[in-house]
Design a protein. Sequence first.
Length: 142
Amino acid sequence: MTEALDWNAKNIAEFRANEGKVGGVFEGAPLVLVHHRGRKSGREYVSPTMYLPHDTEPNVIYIFATKGGGPTNPDWYRNLTAAGDGTVERGTETYDVTVRELTGSERDRVYAEQARRYPGFIEYARQTAGVRTIPVLELRRT
């Protein structure tokens, strides 16, 4: 297993064992497990990621394709946008979602709020400046 897959597996196991809570870099942060199918393989994957709840709509959350400030978008982003839907584990609930990518000022506003709450997102944006704009996805419960 690669280091990244091992890290994901540890966080997934901890999330499931503790009703959606984990320690380490995600301690105290809202975390969701995103289930997605490979665009080419059709295989199911699970990716832990932070989320931002919508201000007024409890059935909507936002996730951020930061890839830790890396120069390319994560595979889960490409899989979700290609499929248009997926499944999330949030706390002790598992439910299906539709996927919509935010653009323009809507994207900028949501990303800025996440960066305000979690300053590491400022660093991710700095690292990707001039290379890519970090995508923001809206996940809506179906």
